[in-house]
Ligand binder design. Structure first.
Ligand code: COA
Length: 174
C-alpha cells in the first residue's frame, strides 16, 4: 500500500484498524453493485456503473477496510447544466449519482469522507464549479450529511422516485 496516504483518505477505527478511501477499480464493481442493491432502491445495471467508472474514474471512490472489504462507495458524473446558483450560466457541475455505506459501518464518518473526496476531485480534476444531487425528502440522515457539507435545498422535484416520493434538489458551489 502507498505509504504516503492522503490524510483525507483514512479513518482510524482504533490502533490497528482503519478504513481507506481510494479510487474505484473495475474489480470493485461487483461489490459496489451489491452495496447499491442492499442500501438503496435506486439500482443500475453493471454497464451503467462500468460506464461511469470509465468516464469519471477520478470521482468514483470506494471505502475499503484494512482487511480489503469494500464497505461503501460514491459515484459521480460531470454534467454541463444551467447553474442552479447563479442564473443564466452554463456550468460544469458534479452530479452525485449514488452514495452508500453498508449499515454495519455507518456513523463512522465514511459517508462524509467519501463525499469530501468526491467534491475535491470534481473541483480539482474535472473543473466543476458546482455540485448537485437528488435526495428523498424522507432521508433525514443523508440530508443532514449534505447540509453539513454546505449543500442547500434549491428545489422540490415532485414524484421524482418510482414509488412517488418527492426529491430535494440540493446544490453546493465548489
Ligand atoms: C447516507 C449515508 C451514506 C451516510 O453514511 P455514513 O458513513 O453513516 O455517514 P457519516 O458517518 O459520515 O455521517 C454523516 C452524518 O450523518 C449523520 N448520521 C450518520 N449515521 C446516523 C444515524 N444512524 N442516525 C443519525 N444520524 C446519523 C451524522 O449526523 C453524521 O454527521 P456528524 O458528522 O455530525 O456526526 C448512509 O447512511 C447510507 O448509506 N444510507 C443509505 C443510502 C443512502 O441513503 N444514500 C444517500 C442517497 S441520496
Amino acid at each position: 500500500m502507498n505509504l504516503l496516504i492522503n490524510l483525507l483518505s483514512v479513518i482510524f477505527l482504533n490502533r490497528e484498524n482503519f478504513i481507506i478511501i481510494r479510487n474505484a477499480e473495475k474489480d470493485d464493481l461487483i461489490k459496489v453493485i451489491e452495496i447499491n442493491r442492499r442500501c438503496l432502491p435506486e439500482n443500475y445495471s453493471y454497464t451503467f456503473f462500468e460506464a461511469i467508472l470509465k468516464d469519471y474514474p477520478k470521482s468514483f471512490f470506494v471505502a475499503e477496510t484494512y482487511e480489503g472489504e469494500i464497505v461503501g462507495y460514491v459515484m459521480c458524473r460531470v454534467e454541463r447544466v444551467l447553474s442552479k446558483i447563479s442564473s443564466f450560466r452554463i456550468k460544469k457541475s458534479g452530479h452525485i449519482i449514488s452514495i452508500a455505506v453498508i449499515p454495519e459501518y455507518r456513523g463512522l464518518g465514511i459517508g462524509k469522507l467519501l463525499m469530501l473526496n468526491a467534491l475535491k476531485s470534481l473541483k480539482e480534476e474535472y473543473g466543476c464549479e458546482e455540485s448537485f444531487l437528488e435526495v428523498r425528502v424522507s432521508n433525514k440522515i443523508a440530508i443532514k450529511l449534505y447540509l453539513d457539507l454546505g449543500y442547500k435545498i434549491v428545489d422540490v422535484l415532485k414524484s421524482y422516485y418510482i414509488d412517488g416520493e418527492d426529491a430535494y434538489m440540493m446544490v453546493k458551489a465548489l
